[in-house]
Design a protein. Structure first.
Length: 298
């Protein structure tokens, strides 16, 4: 049996599995892509946007390692809301880590996290990567993609590419009502666009002001989500690069599931994300049994 804890960050929900002391068979079963797909199925499984595996640290000075499996079984390099959930889990469950700060190894490198008295978690997300090679994107690899024209759904838009350890494509829209509409209608097209060899998270945003942004994310390997931490960070970086916001000032990003506070450092060296993470329930299940009960192929 596999013990899991359900957590969410602004409605971006995950099954957290602590595998630091698990046997090899249990660890392998919990990280199997087919099991992740079955577990995340909202009708036949537990339901979630992904599975977060907590593993022993892989770098000196770190407290644990996070591995992210999306709802479709693919692996994500990084997940901001997921990282806050992992930090909250460790802070609540592991007395040795019940401390103000901890360092978690991720696909984007070791990231320092802190917990405030009100339970809000701040993550130092590190330096945004901006060249096409770093995103990654096609085209001249040393160049940046900032506000470049792109055709989606037969219409012209402008996209900015940012990596927060995982790829993001940010599109700003003039009309607030277009944000959820276009995320739903062309999000998949942007996620799988030929410009992005590893696919991309697709952000559709409207800047209310330099300090407030509305955002809906079509997440790579998941589809529409209520929130995306790395997406909020990438969007604020894109806003600063295109003159919509100012680096060094905190920006409130309004997502369908709630708000995140994002600050892109004035020198471009890092970006900080602050927001909540909440425990929902715990459970035990047999991943193999869930896989057998999953929806039939069509």
């Amino acid at each position: 049996m596999l013990r899991f804890a359900k957590y969410h960050g602004l409605g971006n929900d995950f099954l957290v599995v602590d595998l630091r002391t698990a046997g090899a068979d249990t660890s392998a079963a919990a990280q199997d892509p087919a099991a992740a797909r079955a577990l995340c199925d909202r009708q036949f499984g537990v339901g979630g946007d992904g599975v977060l595996a907590i593993l022993p640290p892989s770098a000196p000075g770190s407290d644990a390692r996070m591995r992210v499996l999306n709802a479709d079984g693919s692996e994500a390099e990084m997940c901001g809301n997921g990282l806050r959930c992992v930090v909250k889990y460790l802070w609540e469950r592991d007395p040795a880590l019940r401390q103000d700060t901890m360092v978690i190894d991720t696909g984007a490198g070791p990231l320092r996290c802190s917990i405030a008295a009100d339970g809000a978690i701040t993550v130092d997300m590190g330096r945004p990567r901006l060249t096409r090679a770093e995103v990654p994107m096609v085209g001249p690899q040393a160049e940046r993609c900032i506000d470049q024209p792109i055709e989606l759904g037969g219409a012209a838009y402008r996209v900015t590419g940012v990596s927060m350890g995982n790829p993001h494509a940010v599109v700003f829209l003039d009309e607030p009502a277009d944000v959820p509409r276009l995320a739903a209608s062309i999000g998949r097209e942007l996620e799988t666009h030929a410009w992005f060899p590893r696919k991309t998270n697709a952000e559709f945003a409207h800047a209310r002001s330099p300090r407030e942004i509305d955002l809906v994310v079509y997440e790579r390997g998941v589809a529409l989500t209520l929130a995306c931490g790395t997406g909020a960070c990438a969007t604020v970086v894109a806003a600063c690069l295109t003159g919509r916001s100012t680096a060094g000032e905190e920006v409130t990003v309004h997502l369908p599931g709630g708000d995140l506070a994002i600050t892109y450092a004035a020198d471009g060296s890092t970006i900080h994300m602050r927001g909540p993470a909440l425990h929902v329930f715990d459970g035990d299940l047999d991943p193999a049994a869930v896989r057998r009960a999953t929806r039939p192929a069509r």
